[in-house]
Write a protein that binds this ligand. Structure first.
Ligand code: PAF
Length: 294
């Protein structure tokens, strides 16, 4: 596996691959790799000849009150994992390589609307930081396909929209959330949980699944389902940020055109913010006209 910290030599190596007709898959990450990331890498390997992984803890997607310095940095272990998975290229730039003029002067890419709801309301500017860095990384790597996890479902939707709106010739592949056996979505943040919080954490997934089952059984008062779920999380010791039943395509309220529902939750356990989601395809003959959701 070749590791690059500078853009120009990586681009020159990838140009060589392209000239030989090799297809390039890209997996952008912030490191601290776990099984969820490795599943993205395995899928990338199936989709292309060359797999490029980036590890870059992007300061632009952290707000001043979020602890960027506390984000886990585990480069040696990450490299070993990527090497064992057969990744050919690792891009590991410094902040100065990605933002040579500093972040204040950086051109930004913003996907309106989708970036402002759900996690976007509680983390203003976060998704603009994500789309800006993903755009830069896409331009550096110029992949044929890029692989993202469905755990960050809103992020995936925003990236799909950016790629579509800007006519970027990149296939975006979403991969199902990797979970521990008790249902907890694998996340770099799980490592921050105390043993007691770790025991409680799967309740997020249980609550989402309970809500999905209720909708599948025909329960159609979404406001009631949302507030019941929030109450369940609150009573168990979570600080819920949102629990929302939305149209999976627009992330807006479910309406008569909705084909798939996404149920999304974000909640804090102590200082750790966990997110998760599940989805449900709707029966097109159902009458959803009466449903309401914020
Ligand atoms: O999902 C992440 O790890 C990050 O948001 C990403 C896509 C690598 C951009 O920094």
């Amino acid at each position: 596996m070749r590791t690059y910290t500078n853009i120009a030599p990586l681009q020159s190596a990838l140009r060589g691959c392209r000239q030989q007709g090799q297809r390039i898959a890209f997996v952008p990450t912030m490191g601290n790799l776990h099984e969820g990331h490795l599943q993205l890498v395995r899928r990338a390997r199936q989709l292309a000849d060359i797999v490029v992984v980036s590890i870059f803890i992007n300061p632009l997607q952290f707000s001043p009150n979020e602890d960027l310095d506390a984000y886990p940095r585990t480069l040696t272990a990450d490299k070993e994992k990527l090497f064992s998975e057969g990744v050919q290229y690792l891009f590991f730039p410094e902040v100065g390589e990605m933002y040579p003029e500093g972040m204040a002067l950086q051109t930004q890419v913003q996907v309106p609307d989708l970036s402002e709801t759900l996690c976007g309301s509680s983390r203003p500017g976060h998704f603009t930081g994500v789309t800006t860095v993903v755009n830069k990384l896409f331009n550096i790597v110029q992949p044929d396909v890029a692989v993202f996890g469905e755990k960050d479902f809103q992020q995936l939707s925003i990236i799909r929209k950016m790629v579509q709106d800007l006519y970027m010739p990149i296939q975006i592949e979403g991969i199902a959330t990797a979970r521990d056996t008790d249902g907890l979505a694998k996340s770099s943040r799980n490592g921050f949980l105390s043993p007691e919080q770790r025991r409680l954490a799967p309740l997020i997934h249980d609550t989402l699944v309970g809500c999905r089952d209720a909708i599948a059984c025909g329960f159609d008062n979404f406001l009631q389902l949302e507030s019941h779920a929030r109450m369940q999380l609150l009573q168990a010791g979570f600080e819920p940020d949102y629990f929302a039943i939305r149209d999976a395509r627009t992330l807006r309220a479910v309406n008569e055109h909705t084909e798939e529902v996404a149920i999304l939750a974000a909640a804090r356990l102590g200082s750790t913010r966990l997110i998760d989601n599940v989805r449900l395809a709707l029966n097109p003959v159902s009458d959803w006209g009466m449903l309401a959701s914020p």
